[in-house]
Design a protein around this ligand. Structure first.
Ligand SMILES: [Zn+2]
Length: 155
């Protein structure tokens, strides 16, 4: 049977992507879940990057977590707050800008407006190249969902 879902597992959460609906969910435990579906923002940025809206949705959500992990956090503060029904955390706008900058670096051409984010990564000792490489790998894994049965364990 065709596999329609891939799960990426980290120590404190897992992220699932459904290839049929494009739903991306981050699970902290059985009851703490943040679910999201592709929307017009994913259409817009996906089109600019040569990605489908579903692909953009999953790389955007993955980028939230990668950015956090590379900054020494357990997971994305925004997604954690969404899953636990809290208001958006301080720094949410910066996190969104950083996510966008990472996604454009990985799948498009870095934009001038993203330069402050790249400078901020550098001053924090965070490697943009490493995040880009990981995000491209996870994107490739998500893309083969539907034809294979991948299951990745990430530590
Ligand atoms: Zn976001």
């Amino acid at each position: 049977m065709e596999q329609k879902e891939i799960a990426f597992t980290w120590p404190t959460f897992s992220l699932t992507y459904r290839a049929d609906t494009g739903e991306v969910a981050t699970f902290y435990d059985q009851w703490r879940v943040s679910r999201t579906l592709p929307d017009e923002t994913d259409d817009f940025h996906g089109a600019a990057l040569g990605l489908s809206a579903k692909e953009h949705k999953v790389v955007h959500e993955l980028a939230h977590h990668l950015l956090a992990l590379h900054h020494g956090l357990d997971s994305s503060p925004i997604i954690w707050c969404a899953a636990h029904c809290y208001d958006m955390p301080d720094g949410a706008d910066d996190e969104e800008r950083g996510v966008r900058a990472l996604v454009y670096a990985a799948f498009g051409t870095p934009r001038e407006e993203d330069e402050p984010c790249y400078a901020s990564f550098k001053s924090a000792g965070v490697s943009l190249d490493s995040m880009v490489a990981e995000l491209r790998l996870l994107h490739a894994a998500a893309c083969i969902t539907g034809t294979t049965r991948p299951r990745l364990q990430l530590k």
